[in-house]
Design a binder for this molecule. Structure first.
Ligand code: ADP
Length: 396
């Protein structure tokens, strides 16, 4: 038996975890601690016997990791039997420093904290998670896997913004891209589904969850992506605006006195589907649309147009497109959106096999013979993180 990885994803008030065997891809247990440092906290822990939920009161992330350990002690499987060899941490922003997974020590943690200016909503929470995990699981190696790392290969034409050179040099203003572990995992699965090596495949991955991004992958490397300096850019998301004329911020400051902080908050937490319809949940927006709600119908058209526009823009520099893959909550479950996107992209040789698309479950090809391949590929970021940890640590 090879060692397993405890994969953790720490948000400001939540902690998701899963124990993964990087060799077999099997998951031994998973769970989530919610409402850390808030009232009404709870943990739910899933193992082979079922899911166990209880109320907990976690003052901080260290307390949340203690709760996590208790769940394994109470409900199993016993941590001692799992052979956990490392803790793998999802970290959102690696800036220019980190283009690959890295073993965590005090210097690396300071560097991740130092990137907080680039990812104020994410990196500080990731660091809290790392600190808590290192206290509770002190004997294990801890590894950071960055959401930005897969995009370290972006060529200058895709990476740079046309802004004053000083912004770039002094403040790191450039495109970084996110959802890297998902884009890496899904693009490799696409190659496997085509029966080819990743180096032989050009594809576009559409990661459509609460957060959403598109990535052009050429021969296994990211060559362009829809998110930018931050995860706010690109596609329409649950609560983020995606593409926006940068002049909107100045306009609102002048006509409505909107401050930089309020603007930033609005485009991240009160825009996207939520801003347009009152709901950030794609299923609810579809239900509203079907019930005749005009705002929801318009939002759907904006989502669709934005997707079509981005796929077109990402396909052109790829030169040759072998496949498109849909993943994450919306991409894996919403057949109607997939069909509408593919139908509008006939220019690229894409088409939908209605029957295959409607019945898709797990990995599935949803394009008809003769068309450019389209797939549904359930993403597995935890497995990808576990594999990257194993590789860094030199496990067989
Ligand atoms: P996150 O980015 O938080 O991981 P997910 O990948 O879970 O998000 O995606 C959440 C989105 O997926 C929500 O908008 C939700 O409505 C949508 N979704 C999940 N299941 C379905 C489904 N069966 N049909 C349509 N949309 C779904």
């Amino acid at each position: 038996m090879t060692a397993r990885v405890l994969v953790v994803n720490a948000g400001s008030s939540s902690l998701k975890y899963r124990v993964v065997d990087p060799a077999s891809a099997e998951s031994a247990a998973a769970g989530m601690v919610e409402r850390i440092a808030q009232s009404g906290g709870r943990v739910s822990h899933t193992e082979v016997g079922g899911t166990h939920t209880r109320e907990v009161d976690c003052a901080d992330h260290t307390a949340a990791f203690t709760v996590l350990r208790e769940e394994f002690e109470t409900h199993g499987p016993a941590l001692a039997d799992l052979g956990i060899g490392a803790v793998g941490h999802r970290v959102v922003h690696g800036g220019e420093e980190f283009s690959a997974p890295v073993a965590l020590d005090d210097d690396v943690i300071s560097a991740i904290q130092g990137l907080a200016a680039l990812a104020p909503l994410h990196n500080p929470a990731n660091v809290q998670g790392i600190a808590g995990a290192r206290e509770v699981f002190a004997g294990l190696p801890h590894v950071a896997v960055f959401d930005t790392a897969f995009h370290a290969t972006l060529p200058p034409g895709a990476r740079e913004y046309a802004v004053p050179a000083r912004w770039r040099q002094d403040f790191g203003v450039r495109k970084y891209g996110f959802h890297g572990t998902s884009h890496a995992y899904v693009s490799r699965r696409v190659a496997a589904l085509l029966g080819r090596r990743p180096s032989e495949v050009n594809c576009i991955v559409l990661h459509l969850g609460n957060g959403a991004s598109a990535c052009a992958v050429a021969g296994g490397t990211s060559v362009d992506t829809s998110m930018g300096l931050s995860p706010t850019d690109g596609l329409v998301m649950g609560t983020r605006s995606g593409d926006l004329d940068p002049a909107v911020a100045g306009h609102l400051a002048r006509v409505a006195g909107v401050s930089v902080e309020d603007f930033s908050d609005a485009v991240n937490t009160a825009s996207g589907l939520l801003g347009m319809t009152g709901s950030s949940d794609f299923r609810e927006v579809m239900d509203l649309m079907d019930a005749g709600n005009e705002a929801a119908a318009t939002a759907y058209q904006v989502v669709l147009h934005r997707l079509v526009r981005h796929v077109g823009a990402l396909a052109a520099p790829l030169g040759r497109l072998d496949a498109v893959a849909f993943t994450a909550g919306v991409g894996e479950n919403n057949a109607r959106l997939r069909a509408d996107v593919l139908r509008r992209l006939s220019l690229l040789g894409l088409a939908v096999d209605e029957k295959a698309n409607d019945s898709a479950a797990g990995e599935a090809r949803i394009s008809p013979p003769g068309a450019v391949a389209a797939f549904v590929v359930p993403t597995d970021e935890e497995l990808e993180i576990a594999r990257q940890c194993a590789e860094l640590l030199g496990w067989p």
